[in-house]
Design a protein around this ligand. Structure first.
Ligand SMILES: Cc1cc2nc3c(=O)[nH]c(=O)nc-3n(C[C@H](O)[C@H](O)[C@H](O)COP(=O)(O)OP(=O)(O)OC[C@H]3O[C@@H](n4cnc5c(N)ncnc54)[C@H](O)[C@@H]3O)c2cc1C
Length: 252
């Protein structure tokens, strides 16, 4: 007979059951030269709850006629207009940018979510947020929704000033746009070098580290090396060269 599992026995990691939604394109437009916003209306809008920083999993058309999973962050929600904004980095001729390029009012797409643990922790004395272009939607949404008095430092790696956006926040926020210039997007020491020069403030901090997976892992290890506990760092790989969709856990 099978033995019952002990209460603390290791269980296989299972993909959580996320609610499904049908999104309908309401509008689409560029917000900066290589970032395109798609506004969606949603069925059962009143039931859609999330935390800033969370994303939804899109099922987007692939060249072979199937659909593929692609994660995109909720940039903001306008409850009066009944729309959700999602910002797509137009990095190439791939399913995500292709969807945003072709999106027109009335198109529908299936999604699941919201999901994600890279969210604001109200217990922390200060917040550090780092990421690249794909993280602009999440970082800016978190900054916009921080409570008054919260203290945050955001480092955003972009190619050049064409990616900058304005952010309005009631919190005490310092944003630094770090220009990568001719260095291609992806694995590099650009953010790690900046982080190494950042003097950690006093008090208990929380770090939200997102972006290209190897860069995220290098920053996480750097912060652990400087004394941050693993539980003080929420980190997730948003993309990496050669991977198609999905996300990487960076918990080590
Ligand atoms: C939780 C989460 C939230 C995210 N939120 C956003 C968001 O709000 N906006 C956003 O634009 N992206 C976001 N991303 C990243 C996005 O899901 C990936 O970039 C995804 O790979 C895009 O799909 P694709 O169809 O363009 O390319 P894919 O078919 O997935 O990838 C093809 C190839 O393109 C390259 N590639 C992928 N992304 C990039 C990139 N950004 N720059 C350069 N090369 C790349 C890689 O080499 C990859 O193998 C998020 C990811 C996660 C996990």
């Amino acid at each position: 007979m099978d033995q019952p599992l002990a209460p603390n026995a290791e269980m296989p990691r299972q993909r959580p059951q996320l609610p499904s939604w049908t999104l309908t394109v309401a509008d689409a437009f560029d917000i900066t030269p290589q970032m395109r916003r798609v506004l969606f209306s949603i069925d059962r809008f009143a039931d859609f709850t999330y935390k800033p920083g969370q994303d939804i999993v899109f099922f987007l058309p692939l060249e072979n006629g199937e659909t593929g999973r692609r994660h995109y962050t909720i940039r903001n929600i306008d409850r009066d207009a009944g729309t959700i904004a999602v910002d797509f980095v137009m990095h190439g001729n791939t399913p995500g940018p292709n969807f945003a390029r072709q999106a027109k009012a009335g198109d529908t797409v299936e999604v699941k979510g919201p999901r994600g643990r890279v969210v604001f922790n109200p217990e922390a004395d200060w917040h550090l947020l780092t990421g690249d272009e794909t993280c602009i939607p999440g970082i800016l949404h978190i900054l916009e929704t921080l409570p008054p008095g919260a203290r945050a430092f955001a480092f955003i790696e972009v190619q050049d000033a064409g990616w900058h956006q304005r952010v309005e926040t009631r919190a005490n926020v310092a944003i630094e746009w770090i220009h990568r210039g001719d260095v291609p997007a992806g694995p590099s020491s650009v953010m790690l070098d900046r982080l190494a020069a950042f003097a950690l403030p006093e008090g208990r901090g929380q770090a939200l580290i997102i972006g290209e997976t190897s860069n995220v892992r290098a920053q996480r290890h750097h912060l652990i090396g400087r004394g941050l506990g693993r539980e003080q760092i929420a980190s997730e790989g948003y993309w990496r060269p050669g991977r198609h969709g999905g996300h990487d856990h960076v918990d080590d």
